[in-house]
Design a protein around this ligand. Structure first.
Ligand code: MN
Length: 243
């Protein structure tokens, strides 16, 4: 009888511990500040997803998020770390590596881009993500004419990118906004980019970002993307670059 009781206590005790750990993990995910993740970039650490896998439902489904983050993003990260191992790049900032991208192997370009771009992307998404700050909104109107025209330009950049790649809203070295798209895992920080600047909003248009829910209908995913932009994060990025 004593043995049974002890076993019962141990069993329930460990179940309670497991569920406590799980809820702790969830709290950590929910409370993560977006700014914290940007720090992981230069420490070359794999960042936490800033929300749960189902946080962007119904626009981006849970399974897509899980596979995208835990497999695709993780693989870019792992391959990036092994590509820079034992090289001068280990002690460089990621922006510095990108600024000299043409000097380094394709494995660094593809996987370093994949590591960085997804951190930007996860953080600039949120359901009910508000609106651009008045400062960012004025800059958008000044550069593109109106929010609607900006929306069309950015959507078209994603829709017309042949094959895999990204659409970006970035700030150039004069503090001006521009929209561009890059192939594969390139980004506007790279010296190989057609137009260079610092991205403040990124949209992944690789099939792996939408295929499970939207199949081949990339334009439907792009339309849905407008419902999950975290304008607070995008506005803060903008304001940190132009002040
Ligand atoms: Mn991706």
């Amino acid at each position: 009888m004593k043995i049974i009781t002890l076993t019962t206590i141990l069993l329930f005790g460990s179940l309670a511990l497991v569920s406590k750990e799980r809820s702790g993990e969830q709290d950590r995910v929910n409370n993560q500040k977006p700014e914290n993740n940007m720090n992981t970039l230069n420490k070359f650490e794999f960042p936490q997803l800033p929300y749960s896998y189902d946080a962007l439902e119904p626009f981006i489904d849970k399974l897509t998020m899980e596979i995208h983050y835990s497999r695709h993003h993780k693989a870019y990260f792992d391959n990036f770390v092994s590509a820079i191992k034992g090289t001068e790049m280990e002690s460089m900032k990621i922006e510095e590596i990108f600024a000299n991208m043409s000097k380094y192997p394709a494995a660094v370009r593809n996987n370093g881009g994949g590591f960085y771009n997804h951190v930007i992307y996860w953080e600039n998404m949120k359901v009910n993500g508000g609106a651009p700050s008045s400062k960012l909104q004025s800059a958008i109107i000044k550069s593109f004419g109106s929010m609607e025209e900006f929306k069309k330009l950015f959507s078209d950049a994603g829709k017309t990118r042949f094959g895999s790649g990204w659409a970006w809203l970035s700030v150039d070295d004069k503090g001006e906004l521009f929209v561009s798209s890059t192939p594969n895992q390139d980004n506007p920080l790279m010296d190989v980019a057609e137009k260079r600047g610092t991205p403040i909003l990124g949209m992944d248009v690789w099939e792996h970002a939408y295929y499970l829910k939207y199949q081949n209908k990339r334009p439907d995913y792009i339309d849905a993307f407008w419902s999950v932009i975290n304008w607070d994060v995008v506005s803060k990025r903008y304001e940190s670059l132009v002040k």
